[in-house]
Design a protein around this ligand. Structure first.
Ligand code: NAD
Length: 243
């Protein structure tokens, strides 16, 4: 039998990057997967893959989130992967940018958790995985103020949920990656003007001398979906960045 046989999993931001790799890995591990994203074009790349269903879901839209989870019904594994990276220091941080980062990186996770928890509690079983980052309460990273603030909040949220429901069959863990190859990272490297130099700088901060792959992070997500004695943890998976 496989690690996630019989499980129903929902992944947000599954159109590309770590979310997409995780949807594939969950399905490979035996789960029935709802791969969701705001970008339907990206989701189309998952069409026709065994055990994966796709649905457009904007996690910022409270009504859409309630409607989606109402339709899906039972969810055994929730992977909150949606998140946005804002650049800049505290002096450059505009209220509207902090609001946007907080809404997407934190409030949206709270909403999906509120949608799945009652059912998980009824069944006395559920695994919630929240995407944080090493840039959080784990590590200060230059020029990532809104990101660090909100990803630290994700760790706080994770531990809070874990503490409240530890005796009720619910586990909640966070994943804290270092720098991982993904379409949005590619965009950020291109946006810096000199792509090669930007890429070299991202690689230079990773002591292993390379970026992580979405598949390496997806491996950890599968583990946390099935690790029955593990809860409330913020897992660094960062190529040694935080050693
Ligand atoms: P990505 O940034 O390339 O893709 C993000 C996906 O999120 C896109 O498919 C996009 O359409 C979707 N999305 C954006 N807004 C959405 C919304 N409102 N509702 C639903 N989906 C939405 O992917 P990535 O780089 O793998 O990042 C995924 C997560 O991992 C993020 O939370 C990010 O902060 C975190 N993370 C990434 C890295 C990295 O180096 N790539 C490092 C640490 C943490």
């Amino acid at each position: 039998s496989k690690k996630l046989d019989g499980k129903i999993a929902v992944v947000t931001a599954a159109g590309q990057g770590i979310g997409r790799a995780s949807a594939l890995a969950f399905a490979e591990a035996g789960a029935t997967v709802w791969a969701t994203d705001i970008n339907e074009g990206a989701l189309a790349s998952l069409d026709g893959i065994a055990n994966i269903r796709t649905a457009r879901l904007d996690v910022l839209d409270a009504g859409a989130v309630a409607g989606f989870f109402g339709r899906v019904g039972r969810v055994d594994v929730l992977f909150n992967c949606a998140g946005v990276v804002h650049g800049g220091t505290v002096l450059e941080l505009a209220d509207k940018d902090l609001d946007f980062a907080f809404n997407l990186n934190v409030r949206a996770m709270i909403r999906t958790i509120q949608a799945v928890l009652p059912g998980m509690l009824e069944r006395g079983d559920g695994a919630i995985i929240n995407m944080a980052s090493i840039a959080s309460s784990s590590k200060g990273v230059p020029n990532r103020c809104a990101y660090g603030v909100t990803k630290a909040a994700v760790i706080g949220l994770t531990k809070s949920v874990a503490a409240d429901y530890v005796a009720k069959g619910i586990r909640c863990n966070a994943i804290c990656p270092g720098t991982v190859e993904s379409p949005s990272l590619e965009e950020r490297m291109r946006a810096q003007g000199n792509y090669e130099e930007a890429r070299a700088a991202f690689i230079a901060r990773q002591p292993m001398g390379r970026l992580g792959t979405p598949e390496e992070i997806a491996d950890l997500a599968v583990h946390l979906a099935s690790a029955t004695y593990t809860t409330g943890q913020a897992y660094g998976i960062d190529g040694g960045w935080s050693i």
